[in-house]
Design a protein around this ligand. Structure first.
Ligand code: WTA
Length: 650
């Protein structure tokens, strides 16, 4: 079938029975009620049904996108709770023996499982350990770990005490880690001796030690021994992760609007932003969207193969699935270790029913070949999800046909660190699927496409994606910088939340996300600011100035292209290696240049502003640069173009 001239597929009929939302009409009813008729009533009802409160909230939303510029929005403001009572305690009586976490360790078939009872005990014991080390309500704790169950246990133990965790992705460098520790004011860091990924050692403790040099603020470092490799030890500061026999730790009663965690994201300018998610609204939204977008069933074996260092890991490995009493898988390895069949081998061994990954992984695996998929039994799969970047229709079709055997629903889920949970996505049993389109907003979400004139475009149309009404899962502020929050999200289009994504909407109301309209690049699902790259590169004494842009990349979605002006005319042979080493050191191994152009100058306006759109067009391989008459030196465009053409990017 076709929808608005695009190929489309009906949701698999077998999915309807037992589904939460069975028809498009049912989705429309729920959407109307949640979004337009009675948002407060809808969310209060969801909140009461899905979350265990110490005091049930009677208030829904307080504030709007105008008032939020001065004062953070509030949801469920008079409610109190501890998130772990929803994620753990409530399941003990009926489902204590149900598997909460399946840990698939680096080597295929190794790892362990934890029941809800075991997880609850470990979280209590870890909370006790942290409490004895001085962690209290409101303290910040940085977690710098790999994909081990202890990472999830550490997050939940903080939540149990009422401490605010900030997980830093294990691929970040010492300097990035240090910046985040300083920004959030953490007094304790939890790390592990070494990580293990694809058979390779990740020196987490060593990197952590480097990050902490002369940083008195961190009093304690708790080290989980994963590999038991030899690591340096600072007496008096470092303590080994050891769980006591304590099997109960009382849950601290928190206000709904108390912060649950801080997670740093890259923006188009300056340093990373500490996004603040709060206890009540975040949990309500995580729980509701996890059930709705994946059409969760009681016996599901649910696998999200993201990293807990990113928001997807927070919401859809830990908080959403556990709130819903699901069995959630935690994956330590990579999609290609020991070969490109790893995911499907896992699906087979664990009888996975819902599988959630990123387009970049799908493209890598599709390129490796179908022979890695077919040997494994995938008949348990029902829903396949993607997140993190736009998925190209070819990769979508491969996922649908080869992995899902044309029997599974695909949900292309659009959302952001800032949104806390999925915003635009099909409902597996109800929404017709369009390869490459995230399709429809979830109930409660009102997307608006804003044109160049700043006015909403009535569908269909193309423009900047905004959200017109608040939802419970959104970040409330940037840690200790509310002005920056207002400036980034609430001032671009007054009265709305600005997503920084471009989007088009078809006649049927389906949304297709085109990607960022700001200077954020999305490389293999890693969100990075071009400004972060530029500040590292210009710190090299050889570099006079530079500009970094993204360009379409077949596997990674976007690649990174740097235009660099050197101080002297001699170009060292190892320049690319040297700059990449610098990036690895300052940001992390995921920050790498794909293309480097040494150019005589940058295209600047007379006021000195670099016209990045010209460089973006060049990096894409285009020949038309539009109006360049406002440049201080238009001839530089030709010079750069000659260099780019002599060194094609792919
Ligand atoms: C992009 C990840 C197209 C988008 C959850 C957004 C997507 C950024 C999709 C947020 C999708 C995420 N289709 N683009 N389904 N999902 N994005 O904060 O550009 O790491 O703004 O959150 O990823 O990245 P973040």
């Amino acid at each position: 079938m076709e929808i608005s001239g695009k190929k489309a597929f009906l949701p698999p009929r077998e999915l309807v029975r037992g589904s939460n939302i069975q028809t498009l009409g049912a989705w429309a009813d729920e959407w109307m009620n949640a979004t337009l008729t009675d948002p407060d009533g809808f969310w209060l009802d969801v909140a009461r049904r899905r979350v265990i409160w110490r005091k049930e909230p009677t208030i829904g939303l307080e504030g709007d996108f105008h008032s939020a510029r001065r004062k953070p929005l509030r949801w469920f403001g008079d409610g109190t709770l501890n998130v772990t009572e929803t994620c753990l305690d409530q399941h003990l009586q009926k489902h204590g023996d149900k598997t909460a976490i399946i840990w698939e360790a680096d080597e295929p078939g190794t790892g362990c499982t934890l029941t809800y009872r075991e997880l609850h005990e470990k979280v209590c014991a870890a909370a006790c350990m942290l409490y004895l080390l001085g962690v209290r309500r409101g303290d910040r704790v940085v977690i710098y770990m790999g994909m081990v169950p202890e990472a999830a246990i550490a997050m939940l133990a903080c939540a149990r005490i009422g401490a605010i965790h900030s997980v830093v992705f294990g691929g970040f460098s010492a300097e990035s880690l240090r910046d985040r520790i300083i920004d959030c004011g953490a007094k304790l860091v939890i790390t592990q001796d070494e990580g293990l990924r694809g058979g390779k050692i990740v020196p987490l403790k060593r990197t952590c030690d480097q990050a902490l040099v002369d940083l008195g603020q961190v009093e304690r470092v708790v080290v989980f021994k994963r590999t038991k490799g030899e690591v340096p030890w600072t007496e008096g500061r470092d303590v080994e992760w050891k769980l006591s026999d304590a099997t109960y730790f009382p849950a601290e009663v928190m206000e709904a609007e108390d912060p649950l965690f801080i997670l740093y994201t890259s923006g188009s300018t300056g340093k990373p932003k500490g996004q603040v998610h709060t206890c009540g609204g975040y949990l309500v939204y995580a729980s509701y969207t996890h059930e709705t977008a994946f059409d969760l069933r009681d016996n599901d074996v649910y696998a999200c193969v993201a990293d807990v260092g990113w928001i997807t890991g927070h919401t859809y490995i830990v908080y959403g699935p556990l709130a819903n009493g699901a069995t959630t898988l935690l994956f330590e390895s990579t999609p290609t270790y020991p070969d490109a069949g790893r995911y499907w081998d896992m699906v087979d061994r664990h009888s996975i029913t819902v599988f959630y990954t990123a387009p970049t992984a799908i493209r890598v695996l599709a390129a490796a070949g179908d022979q890695y998929v077919f040997p494994y039994d995938r008949s348990t799969l029902r829903v396949l999800g993607t997140v993190g970047e736009p998925i190209n229709p070819d990769a979508w079709m491969w996922y649908y046909k080869i992995v899902g055997g044309e029997r599974c629903a695909i949900v292309d889920t659009w959302w952001q660190t800032e949104t806390g949970g999925i915003m635009i996505s099909g409902c597996p049993a109800a929404t017709p699927m369009i390869p490459g389109s995230a399709t429809l907003p979830l109930p409660g979400i009102l997307p608006v496409i804003v044109g160049a004139d700043g006015k909403p475009i009535r569908s269909p149309g193309t423009g900047r994606l905004c959200i017109a009404e608040p939802w419970p899962g959104m970040t409330r502020t940037i840690w200790r910088d509310h002005e920056r929050y207002a400036a980034t999200y609430l001032e671009e289009v007054p009265g709305m939340y600005f997503t920084s994504d471009g989007c088009s909407r078809d006649k049927a109301g389906n949304h297709t996300i085109s990607g960022r309209v700001d200077d954020v690049i999305n490389v293999a699902g890693h969100r990075m600011g071009t400004a972060e790259f530029e500040s590292v590169l210009t710190a090299d004494p050889l570099v006079a100035e530079c500009a970094v842009v993204g360009f379409p990349h077949e596997v990674k979605g976007q690649g990174v292209c740097a235009f660099v002006v050197l101080i002297s005319t001699t170009v060292p042979e190892d320049l690319a290696a040297r700059l990449n080493a610098l990036l690895r050191d300052k940001i992390g191994a995921h920050a790498k240049l794909d293309v480097l152009h040494i150019v005589p100058g940058l295209p600047k306006t007379r006021s000195g502003k670099c016209m990045r759109r010209i460089l973006r067009a060049m990096a894409k391989g285009e020949d038309n640069f539009g109006d360049i008459s406002t440049l201080a030196d238009p001839s530089v465009v030709q010079a750069i173009h000659d260099i780019v053409r002599a060194q094609p990017s792919s």
